[in-house]
Design a binder for this molecule. Structure first.
Ligand code: SAM
Ligand code: SF4
Length: 335
């Protein structure tokens, strides 16, 4: 069936226009970050994943429906063997002006291997997750990781001309002492840094009450040592930004728990099995894989209907961290 030639923009029932898709290409990962996964995880059988061709076709449908920004995520997207073929395919949308931005969120362990090709595909920015600069702490947080791989990835990305933003999940304890070093490290190398509040997604086997901290409180503490000036920019995204006068760099705060940002939300997510989620903080999802195997028109109308179900706001609550607010792990959708 032919594509709907002039599809209407994707607008939810609260008037928010959706222009940003986060596409997960795998639920697998080479790390097991304590806030993200349980130590022992059972991953999906590979046959359940959308094929590369299906991921590309689905992206195309979303782009025709008004998506202008596409972020590839996971699990760890770079562990999927054919992921660079997907980037190569999607780069065509950038060249034809149908997409404003193609980006990647990665843990960075395999970035050194792929940085040049990513840049060649038109990727201009990557988000790299790094919560500490201490090799032992890094190992403890990720359970499996070697920080040297990430540092090599950061260097390769910058050498390839990619802009890098570091993402760090804030946690109670050591992180509060290390955050100053992370600011100096990131800003000293021309990278932005965004701090993320831990969210109660999936059972990790650990009590999140022990680790969660409010970024409002952390920001107030940082303001005792750094000169933080709020930035005006808004990307429709969840982060609030400040400029750090001492470094000249930008510091972001993603605080879904202590500061709700849903009114500006312009994003939707698709899992690696083709399930569509209009909100990360909600259990609701619909299947796009079966429609995709039948007709484009069916995918388009399923997306339109599902967007109308986008909740007004997520269900996270700082006072209820003991139980997951949603049962899926962060790695199932990629943040
Ligand atoms: N593997 C890639 C990575 O780590 O960047 C991409 C997927 S990962 C799920 C995306 C982001 O979610 C990372 O920055 C990670 O730190 C963050 N994250 C994972 N679990 C989280 C949680 N429970 N609360 C807040 N952020 C979380
Ligand atoms: Fe893997 Fe990213 Fe989750 Fe860490 S946060 S376990 S790197 S998916």
């Amino acid at each position: 069936m032919p594509l709907d030639a002039t599809p209407a923009p994707l607008v939810d029932s609260f008037g928010r226009t959706v222009s940003y898709l986060r596409l997960s290409v795998t639920d697998r990962c080479d790390l097991r970050c304590t806030y993200c996964m349980a130590e022992k995880m059972t991953f999906l059988p590979r046959r359940d994943l959308l094929s590369l061709e299906e991921l590309a076709r689905l992206s195309d449908i979303f782009i025709r429906q008004g998506v202008r920004k596409l972020r590839i995520t996971g699990g760890e997207p770079l562990v999927r063997r054919d992921v660079m073929d997907l980037f190569r395919n999607l780069s065509g949308h950038l060249r034809r002006g149908r997409l404003d931005e193609l980006t990647l969120t990665t843990n960075g362990t395999l970035l050194a291997r792929h940085a040049d090709e990513l840049a060649d595909c038109g990727v201009q920015r990557v988000n790299v997750s790094l919560d500490t600069l201490d090799p032992e702490r890094y190992r403890a947080i990720t359970r499996l990781g070697d920080i040297r791989m990430v540092l090599a990835g950061l260097e390769a990305a910058q050498a390839a001309g990619l802009r890098v933003k570091l993402n760090a999940v804030a946690s109670r304890g050591m992180f509060e002492h290390e955050v100053d070093d992370l600011i100096r490290f990131a800003h000293g190398r021309g990278m932005d840094l965004t701090l993320i509040e831990e969210m109660p997604l999936g059972d990790t086997g650990l009590d999140r009450n022990e680790s969660v901290i409010s970024l409002r409180a952390l920001q107030a503490d940082l303001a005792n040592r750094w000169t933080l000036t709020p930035e005006r920019r808004s990307s429709g995204g969840p982060a609030r930004y400040v400029r750090v006068a001492e470094t000249g760099g930008q510091l972001g705060f993603i605080s879904p728990m202590s500061c709700n940002f849903c009114a500006l939300c312009n994003r939707v997510r698709v899992s690696c099995t083709g399930r569509f989620y209009s909100c990360m903080g909600d259990e609701g999802s619909v299947d796009l894989r079966a429609p995709l195997r039948r007709s484009v028109a069916e995918v388009q109308s399923t997306i339109r209907q599902a967007i109308l179900m986008k909740p007004e706001r997520h269900r996270f609550d700082l006072s209820r961290m003991a139980e997951p607010a949603v049962s899926r792990h962060m790695s199932a959708l990629g943040g």
